[in-house]
Design a protein around this ligand. Structure first.
Ligand code: UTP
Length: 460
């Protein structure tokens, strides 16, 4: 590989410390260094840094932000009936093998600090099943219920790809057919110092990070998987993040709503807990649906109330989407570009003394929800937080394994009580997706049996 163009790029962008480092390497190391640079989006990151080296709002200040229409949790007879129709439509798409499940698991999980891919984290309250196992078992249960095949696609990054694959393989894909479980890598971008300098990870490599969950839309296409899905007759992707054990995998009602509305991308939202909760809001920017980051609101607007005294911007994004495969293909064919967001995070790289040290790194990432304004049609529906959202982000405190386990136990307890069981206070319960995927299935399974849960219990 001719190193010249890359060396010129480094020169042009004032990366002399890297050039000096390169000159100090032996020839075999030089080759390996240059090979490593090839797949990194070096040119785009360096150009990006020039374009916006300072934090700036993701949307122009002159933009008009408004609340958007959101399908409510069905209450009226008409809404209940329409949702029932959506459920049936979703079920028919699943039966027709038109749905695949896409889980993005390429993140670095820095806040959780778990050594290894986040999906391997043992999360379930009793059996301590991993996040990946819960998702795979849900897919298996759905395949069984609808006598269907749902491909499971997992986006990984350079850092966790092999470990993720090996984990699934060693567990025999949790009973799924191996040929329908696919792993694909997202792109990587070099991490910079806050003043725009590339960082060495070690002698032969630059420090790099995954390019954000927005990278999934490109990586799915570039990996050839989008094409493969098409040959399998798949038309819709159920998308979720690896860190939400309550995600209702391939929820038929959501699939149906998405199709009823002919949407290209759809989103689930929950009500913000309170005016201070910082989440992305599903709203409209200059008339187009979009997720708006809380930092793009003025503090007054973010807390503002409507005429009924409710939060005006209540619809918090929980990163669960339906995405039409044709939309992914169209965007890639048209050479779409998602905007980059910048974030300062603690990273580890080689310091000036050549020793590994912690430092502040500047990362550029794209977000999947920025595809929403690019869609011809987008729809959003509200779901109850306690049924569908319990993210595992931090080691302790809010959004941690403890809160997620409690949310799981609480949900399963409600299902059990709804099915006529008696559950003693303080006990932990876990219901395997293979036992029951929802409260109705649980009710059927338990039938007329009298169930008393006096101690921690697993239903599997
Ligand atoms: P987060 O934004 O919470 O990031 O990702 P993270 O990397 O998991 O955790 P921190 O911020 O380092 O603590 C939300 C979801 O998007 C995926 C993650 O795996 C998670 O499912 N993701 C994030 C990717 O797949 N790729 C990325 O580049 C970033």
């Amino acid at each position: 590989m001719n190193p010249q163009p890359l060396l010129e790029l480094l020169e042009k962008h004032d990366q002399r410390h890297i050039l000096a480092h390169y000159q100090s390497l032996k020839s075999a190391q030089r080759e390996s260094f240059i090979r490593g640079l090839g797949p990194l989006g070096l040119a785009s990151v360096l150009t990006l840094y020039r374009k916006f080296s300072r934090p700036e709002s993701s949307i122009p200040h002159s933009s008009r932000i408004e609340p958007a229409f959101i399908l409510p949790i069905p209450k009226t007879e008409e809404e209940v009936q329409r949702r029932k129709e959506a459920q049936e439509l979703g079920e028919s798409l699943i039966r027709g093998n038109e749905v695949a499940v896409l889980i993005v698991a390429g993140g670095q999980g820095t806040r959780l600090g778990f050594p290894g891919p986040k999906g391997i984290f043992p999360i379930s309250p009793i059996k301590k099943k991993s996040l990946f196992q819960l998702f795979a078992e849900s897919v298996r249960a759905i395949c069984g219920r609808y006598r269907a095949t749902l491909p499971l696609l997992i986006m990984t990054s350079e850092e966790n790809h092999e470990e993720t694959r090996a984990f699934f393989k060693s567990r025999d894909f949790f009973g799924l057919k191996g040929e329908f479980v696919h792993f694909f890598r997202q792109g990587m971008l070099p991490t910079l110092t806050p003043d725009g300098k590339l960082i060495l990870k070690d002698a032969e490599n630059l420090l790099a990070h995954p390019d954000g969950h927005g990278g999934s839309l490109k990586a799915l296409y570039d990996s050839g998987l989008a094409g493969w899905l098409k040959t399998q007759g798949v038309s819709e992707l159920f998308y979720c993040q690896v860190d939400n054990p309550l995600a209702k995998i391939a929820d038929p009602a959501f699939i149906g709503v998405h199709r009823q509305e002919n949407a290209e991308i759809s989103t689930k939202v929950v009500r913000r807990r309170d005016p201070e909760e910082k989440v992305g809001i599903y709203g409209r920017v200059d008339g187009k649906p979009a997720i708006i980051e809380y930092s793009d609101f003025s503090p007054e607007d973010y807390r503002s109330l409507d005429e009924k005294g409710n939060l005006r911007y209540w619809a918090g994004n929980i990163a669960i989407h339906m995405i039409s495969l044709s939309f992914v293909e169209r965007m890639n064919r048209e050479g779409f570009a998602l905007p980059y967001h910048r974030a300062l995070k603690e990273v580890e790289g080689l310091g000036a003394g050549g020793r590994s040290e912690k430092m502040t790194g500047l990362k550029f990432e794209t977000f999947v929800f920025d595809a929403i304004p690019l869609a011809k049609k987008s729809i959003c529906m509200e779901v109850p937080r306690e049924e569908e959202f319990a993210p595992v982000k931090n080691q302790a405190g809010p959004d941690s394994p403890d809160t997620a386990r409690q949310a799981m136990t609480n949900l399963f307890t409600r299902w059990l009580i709804g099915a006529g069981a008696k559950v003693f206070p303080g006990v932990q319960v876990e219901i395997s997706p293979l036992f029951a995927l929802d409260k109705n299935e649980l009710k059927e399974k338990l039938g007329e049996k009298e169930v008393e849960v006096r101690e921690d219990t697993y239903f599997g």
